[in-house]
Ligand binder design. Structure first.
Ligand code: PMV
Length: 308
């Protein structure tokens, strides 16, 4: 029997612009996890048991572009197995689906690792990242690759599409409170919507992306200096541009406002937007008050995570 776990993730800065070649910052969220166990079975076939994502099936009954089937088949073809051994792949997840916490990437990464180890050919990180990226294309259409990178390496990442993945270090640890609107918002839809708008006025959209790119570079410097005050201001500036880009929504804006009014240093949506999660930069002293304000404003749940 083999097991593997993978964390969730949040994007701190740069979502959407990152798809167009601008930088973004993202960090793992270890409070939520996917855990995969692979064991032999006597019944025969490859069985998938994934109650948290409502999946219980025999591999051969799934279409090849079903993301979990695709990731399993990619392990078999990468390690050169044409007759898979009888096994059961059990997937447990505490990461909410379609909410910007990287659930799809975490399932892919944990399956790639646990299954390749079960077959006696554990895959190196670079290969796990590449194969998970291929599956992200089924989830997202045109992903930047940031989700699979953060989840594979489980480290803070300064990410630019097609460039070597760089990590970053916080000069001082800081706290991020994640607030879930509870609205499932598939990233594919918001990424497609942004692409359509970008096509109608590329000059205006590239200018917005470039402003986000500047914010991301400033944010990385602020994180490295441990300047939380500046970091909060940059989150607010990034959220304002995301609003202009139409990827926020009333529920996200309500949570962002509630966070700022209750003492957060900054707040913004995180991920694809139009639902899913927002994040707020908080201090240890005011984290409970901000969490309470988010609950009153309608969050379905909050997660407090430390970066650095
Ligand atoms: O919704 P999430 O957290 O999976 O993030 C998507 C981030 C985007 O920049 C909108 C898309 C991408 O592939 O980078």
């Amino acid at each position: 029997m083999t097991t593997s776990s993978a964390p969730g993730k949040i994007i701190l800065f740069g979502e959407h612009a990152v798809v167009y070649g601008y930088p973004a910052l993202a960090v793992p969220v270890t409070q939520v996890q996917v855990k995969v166990t692979v064991s032999g079975n006597k019944r025969g076939g490859v069985l998938i048991e994934a109650p948290d994502i409502n999946l219980s099936a025999e591999l051969s009954s799934l279409p090849p572009d079903q993301p979990v089937a695709a990731v399993i088949n990619s392990v078999f073809s990468t390690v050169g197995i044409s007759e898979p051994p009888a096994c059961t792949i059990h997937i447990q997840s505490t990461i909410p689906v379609a909410s910007g916490l990287g659930s799809g990437a975490a399932v892919s990464v944990a399956v790639l690792r646990a299954l390749s180890a079960f077959l006696g050919h554990p895959l190196p990180d670079e290969k796990v990242n590449l194969l998970a990226f291929e599956v992200e294309k089924l989830h997202h259409g045109t992903p930047s690759g940031i989700d699979n990178a953060v989840v594979t390496y489980a480290r803070p990442v300064y990410f630019i599409n097609k460039e070597t993945i760089k990590t970053f270090h916080a000069g001082a640890p800081f706290l991020i409170l994640i607030g879930d609107t509870g609205i499932a918002a598939p990233t594919k839809e918001s990424v497609t919507a942004v692409r359509k708008l970008w096509q109608t006025d590329q000059t205006r959209w590239e200018e917005m992306f470039a402003r986000i790119g500047e914010i991301v570079r400033d944010a990385r410097r602020a994180i490295e200096r441990g300047d939380n005050f500046k970091l909060g201001k940059l989150m607010n500036a990034n959220h304002a541009i995301l609003k202009e880009m139409t990827v926020s929504c009333a529920e996200l804006d309500r949570l962002v406002t509630a966070a700022l009014q209750s003492g957060a240093l900054g707040a913004k949506l995180s991920g694809g937007g139009r639902g899913g999660n927002m994040i707020a930069l908080v201090e240890k002293e005011n984290a409970p008050a901000v969490a309470r304000a988010l609950e009153i404003a309608g969050t379905k749940r909050t997660i407090l995570t430390q970066v650095g």
